[in-house]
Design a protein around this ligand. Sequence first.
Ligand SMILES: *[C@@H]1O[C@H](CO)[C@@H](O)[C@H](O)[C@H]1NC(C)=O
Ligand SMILES: *[C@@H]1O[C@H](CO)[C@@H](O)[C@H](O)[C@H]1NC(C)=O
Ligand SMILES: *[C@@H]1O[C@H](CO)[C@@H](O)[C@H](O)[C@H]1NC(C)=O
Ligand SMILES: *[C@@H]1O[C@H](CO)[C@@H](O)[C@H](O)[C@H]1NC(C)=O
Length: 345
Amino acid sequence: MNFIKRFLLSFSSLLLLTNSSPVPTILDTDIGTDYDDQVALTYILARSDLFDLKLVICSSFNTTARAQIVAKTLSVFKRFHVPIAIGNITGVNNVWEFEWAQDYSLEQFSSDGGTVYQNGEEALANEMGKATSENIYHYIQIGPATSLAHVLESNPSLSKYIRLFAMAGSIYYGYDNTSTPSKEYNVATDIPAAQIMFSSEWLYFGLAPIDCTNFMQFNGLIWQQFLNYVISSSAVRSILTSYAVWYANGGKNIDAMEPFSPGTGTSTMHDVLAAFLAGAYTDVSPTISEILPLVITRDGYTQVNASHGKGVNSCLKFETSNPYLSTTVVGSIVLESIIKPTNKS
Ligand SMILES: *[C@@H]1O[C@H](CO)[C@@H](O)[C@H](O)[C@H]1NC(C)=O
Ligand SMILES: *[C@@H]1O[C@H](CO)[C@@H](O)[C@H](O)[C@H]1NC(C)=O
Ligand SMILES: *[C@@H]1O[C@H](CO)[C@@H](O)[C@H](O)[C@H]1NC(C)=O
Ligand SMILES: *[C@@H]1O[C@H](CO)[C@@H](O)[C@H](O)[C@H]1NC(C)=O
């Protein structure tokens, strides 16, 4: 216990010290279906010392429903100057978290001073176009790459001054830490889009594949401490209420390595690792990452391919032999950030 506490403290103080100026950031999300997007977005909003959030684009399936969840989250933080871009609707899927945002319409967001772009891809292209060698952007991709790929198809040079941090793929391990790779969801949902994302020219490409994200569950002591702030922190309250809605509406049935419930801890926070790596750039700790030449195959696998792959800084495992020691470090930093948001912007 003492060791874990000291370990956590030394890590969090190290990482919390590395703040220079906030980086212009685009978040591309399928928030509402799995719960990890909500924690990633909340972390990004809470850390205005690290991220200058310029645009949130909602991609895949019911993008209008997703946009409403983003709008409600922005309203919790009173961040009405962050525009929301609605990507193309690509079909019907579960949006288990939607009920949480039902009382806050996009019209309300607009009348509170917010901006909603109905043509999300156009707004995305415009924002990516603002990245230059003197104004480098982060792009945090935590859903299927549908919108991003449409934009890059007509304008491939837009990725040139952008660092991409993506939750995608499965390199050596699959879901539930199986020793064969899986067709990871974000890739499998739109394989041609993933192929475009992986073959584009990024200034940097940091990848959080399920090899590592499998272990991203926050529970035990750090979760119990987080629960203590439900009254005093509106950000904590918004996490706990949206998580409870998502869980009750179907989230409770999704697969995870460890059991989870709102009282005991989170489901698998796959996407949070991509956001965390963006915030800590250039540091990849507590992951062990390696630059691998990766391609997405036609059937949706992530393949190491020396002749055709582009170099991707891929998180392959964690520094500690027990991966949960490392992911608890990440969790403690993320949850602490949400408890005590920085107030720069
Ligand atoms: C999905 O989108 C349609 C509009 O395209 C909307 O009427 C419906 O209520 C949405 N909601 C959810 C939760 O899927
Ligand atoms: C996406 O939607 C926009 C309009 O909002 C449309 O112009 C564009 O063609 C669509 N893209 C695809 C690939 O469907
Ligand atoms: C993950 O799988 C590897 C290889 O099968 C195994 O050595 C390791 O103990 C597993 N980790 C966990 C936490 O289950
Ligand atoms: C690498 O990709 C190319 C093009 O898709 C393919 O022809 C080749 O077989 C791949 N190499 C390996 C080692 O899989």
